[in-house]
Design a protein around this ligand. Structure first.
Ligand SMILES: [Zn+2]
Length: 423
């Protein structure tokens, strides 16, 4: 069965609308699920006024998210209904004939145009919402420099990958997907290894942890769990926001634990070692390598499905093109693939939440569950996170379990002798 261009267009619009409605419903459910009374688990560190401020922050973010998604939904809908993508292709064809040049110009223009159109919204998010709740540390200069660097990085990495993809499709036909899968695998692998040494330094300053007493404790812990620690780095997250975080990066010898300066500022040494133990737990339980394998599998599946659709002329015609164009088909594929990628996202989030429990358990077993509980509570308060997200919202969007669930799970590991006032 072959769909006509008109039917494809209807399908594309239906998928776009379905995605928009799903997100809208989840947002509403999530907002309604919140409770105005503060849970007792966090009563020791949350004051009631601050809790109300967290509720306001979540409302503000949800309203803002609704405005941005409505805006981009309407824009994409108009482009589809008026054949805007096909029109852009026809205009570019007058000047560029090479399929790689054509694809680069096509996606380059779309990317820059959509970023420019949404610039006021991005500005509002950082300088109005985050500012109002006291999170923002970004200066205008940093904001625009970030944009510029983002463009350069996108042009080099995105442009390079796109050029390789178009070249392979044009020269190898349907078997392109296997070869490009190899390239993507290499790319993801290098990105994993080089992330903290090449990408992060473009945006932030990384420095070795200098706090001697904290480093001693970290080394003692690492020795205890025989984790050869080479690098504990501090990132200047405070350059952009007061929000705090920590992450693990790299494979094999390149592995590093990165702590935000904002995290170090607000937590005791024991809490910091507990957070680090959680990150090392991810490594010890093989989550890093499993994550890599999972993203390889997802990329392979996506490329295979792409190979089934990429030569379909009707997709180009559905977008308003005059002839078949690889970049038009690629764009149509992106829209057709969105339900699959939503399902993949749900699947990855499910695994990620499971991994978070495992890393928490690791930290509870090998270090101190109560210190991690306190750290998680403080982080949640500091970031004004939602304590009562709707289960459906968590199912679709959350890569980490909600705080109260994590605290409850960690309670199993709280040792009778460590619940006292040791600090
Ligand atoms: Zn984690």
């Amino acid at each position: 069965m072959e769909l006509t261009p008109e039917n494809y267009l209807i399908l594309l619009i239906a998928l776009l609308a379905a995605g928009f409605i799903l997100d809208f419903v989840l947002d509403i459910l999530n907002l309604r699920h919140r409770r105005r009374t503060m849970p007792e688990e966090v009563a020791d560190i949350y004051d009631p006024e601050e809790y109300l401020r967290a509720l306001d922050y979540q409302s503000a973010l949800t309203r803002f998210g609704f405005i941005t998604s409505t805006f981009s939904f309407i824009l994409t809908l108009l482009m589809l209904m008026l054949g805007g993508f096909g029109y852009l292709d026809q205009v570019l064809r007058v000047y560029i004939q090479n399929p790689i040049g054509l694809a680069l110009a096509f996606f380059g223009i779309l990317a820059v145009a959509s970023d420019f159109i949404s610039l006021p919204l991005q500005y509002y998010r950082t300088f109005v919402i985050e500012e109002r709740f006291g999170f923002n540390k970004t200066t205008l200069k940093t904001f625009f420099l970030d944009k510029l660097k983002g463009y350069l990085l996108g042009a080099i990495l995105g442009g390079g990958l796109l050029a390789a993809l178009i070249w392979l499709i044009s020269n190898l036909g349907a078997s392109f997907w296997l070869y490009f899968w190899g390239i993507a695998a290499l790319f993801i692998f290098l990105a994993n290894i080089l992330y903290t040494s090449l990408i992060v330094p473009l945006f932030n300053k990384l420095s070795p942890l200098e706090d001697k007493s904290l480093m001693d404790r970290i080394e003692a812990y690492c020795k205890q769990v025989s984790f050869p620690i080479r690098n504990v780095l501090v990132i200047d997250g405070s350059k952009r926001s007061t929000k705090a975080n920590a992450f693990f990066s790299g494979l094999g010898r390149s592995k590093k634990v990165v702590l935000y300066d904002t995290l170090i500022e607000n937590h005791s040494e024991e809490e910091l070692v507990a957070v680090l133990a959680h990150e090392i737990g991810h490594y010890k339980r093989h989550h890093i390598i499993l994550g890599y394998v999972l993203s390889l599998f997802q990329t392979g599946l996506m490329l295979y499905i792409m190979s089934l659709l990429i030569f379909n002329e009707n997709l180009s015609l559905a977008l308003g093109g005059g002839v078949q164009a690889l970049h038009l088909n690629l764009l149509a594929f992106g829209l057709l693939y969105s339900p699959v990628s939503t399902i993949m996202g749900i699947f990855s989030n499910h695994i990620s939440r499971k991994n978070e429990y495992e890393a928490d358990a690791w930290a509870g077993n090998t270090y101190r569950a109560d210190a991690l509980q306190l750290a998680l509570k403080k982080l949640s308060v500091k970031n004004l996170s939602n304590l009562f997200p709707h289960p459906a919202y968590v199912f679709v969007h959350y890569s980490h379990p909600p705080l109260l669930r994590r605290l409850a799970a960690l309670q199993h590991y709280v040792k009778a002798d460590s619940t006292g006032a040791r600090s």
